[in-house]
Design a protein around this ligand. Structure first.
Ligand SMILES: Nc1ncnc2c1ncn2[C@@H]1O[C@H](COP(=O)(O)OP(=O)(O)OP(=O)(O)O)[C@@H](O)[C@H]1O
Ligand SMILES: [Mg+2]
Length: 325
């Protein structure tokens, strides 16, 4: 027999599910093209100077993709280009099968910006930031309904910041700010989630909570996810598809084919080393200096250098499962 607490938890989960996906999507996965992203020969940048050149990328509906690359590589620029927020020099972007129009973010796409890029002086509470996610869905309301506020409360609760709704966004920790933006993206019932370093500046438990939530959204609701990360071992290695970015696409594929010394060194412009931890079967990536735990002179009985597998051809239909985080 279910306890009152379990029933309450069930109600809360259902409320979050409805708040995030609505009744019509709760039982049906999105249609094939609705969550796809197609980038063709894109060159874009700022003030006429291209940051990215010749980028072609196909993200099928329901895929979970990680973008990796060094600072300044153009990862944020690529995400923002998908939203129509970066001036394009040439090329084409389609989201959900429709061309992206500059200055007009596509519908049903949730965006979690990189925390460092947000203007924190904007006077707004957490609840109002999240409500903006409803407004960007094309339904601007001068004041929220009771239902809207309940939806916001449910999502904040799910993200572990239920008590912060009335706080000024500026007065939160980095991790709390990040979760506020995740809540804003989720309340718009996205088919696609674009996340810029959603796990930077959060502790390990919060990082795992966020990743598990993303895995659930991807697996259970078919939400397409594209996220950037600097965490190669803890995050990127677990994703089914990884795109290496450095002013263009250097390589892409499953981590088992991407995590090679050659590809990562080319991507990051510094010598990288990949070892297999035979105890866990995990690939581990590190800079190959003479310092640090994976330095050239270090020896580890249970670690062995991985022979680079041949680069696999890009096959967009491939969707390996997300590996447990
Ligand atoms: N608004 C802007 N105006 C002019 N140049 C910009 C602007 N935003 C980014 N850039 C430049 O574009 C390049 C790519 O920046 P971008 O933010 O896309 O890199 P990134 O890969 O996301 O880096 P990080 O890992 O540090 O977030 C950098 O050289 C950056 O200085
Ligand atoms: Mg960035």
């Amino acid at each position: 027999m279910r306890t009152a607490e379990a029933r309450e938890t069930g109600h809360m989960e259902e409320r979050v599910r409805r708040a995030v996906f609505g009744n019509q999507l709760a039982s049906a996965r999105p249609q094939a093209a609705a969550g796809s992203i197609e980038v063709r020969d894109l060159s874009c940048g700022y003030h006429g100077a291209p940051v990215l050149t010749g980028v072609s990328l196909h993200v099928p509906s329901g895929q979970f993709v990680g973008l990796i690359g060094p600072s300044g590589a153009g990862k944020t620029t690529l995400l923002r280009a998908m939203l129509g927020l970066v001036p394009r020099v040439s090329g084409e972007i389609r989201v959900g099968g429709k061309p992206v129009v500059p200055g007009r973010p596509p519908a049903r796409i949730g965006y979690v910006p990189q925390v460092e890029t947000v203007d924190w002086t904007f006077p707004v509470t957490v609840e109002n930031v999240v409500l903006m996610g409803k407004a960007s869905n094309g339904r601007w309301l001068p004041w929220p309904s009771r239902e809207d506020r309940r939806d916001v409360a449910a999502i904040l609760e799910r993200l572990g910041i239920g008590d912060l709704g009335s706080r000024h966004i500026r007065d939160l920790s980095g991790g709390q700010q990040q979760r506020t933006f995740l809540a804003r993206a989720l309340i718009g019932r996205p088919r696609i989630l674009i996340l810029d370093e959603p796990t930077a500046s959060v502790d390990i438990k919060t990082r795992d909570d966020i990743l598990h939530l993303l895995v659930e959204l991807n697996r259970d609701e078919g939400v397409t996810i594209v996220m950037t990360t600097h965490e190669l071992n803890a995050v990127a290695a677990h994703l089914p598809w990884v795109v290496c970015v450095n002013r263009g696409v250097v390589a892409q594929g499953a981590p088992s084919s991407i995590f090679t010394s050659a590809i990562l060194s080319r991507t990051f412009g510094t010598e990288m080393r990949v070892v297999l931890d035979e105890q866990t079967g995990n690939l581990l990536v590190a800079e190959a200096g003479s310092h640090g735990p994976f330095g050239r002179r270090a020896t580890h009985g249970h670690l062995r250098v991985v022979a680079p597998p041949a680069e696999l051809p890009y096959s967009p239909g491939d969707q390996a499962a997300v590996q447990p985080f």
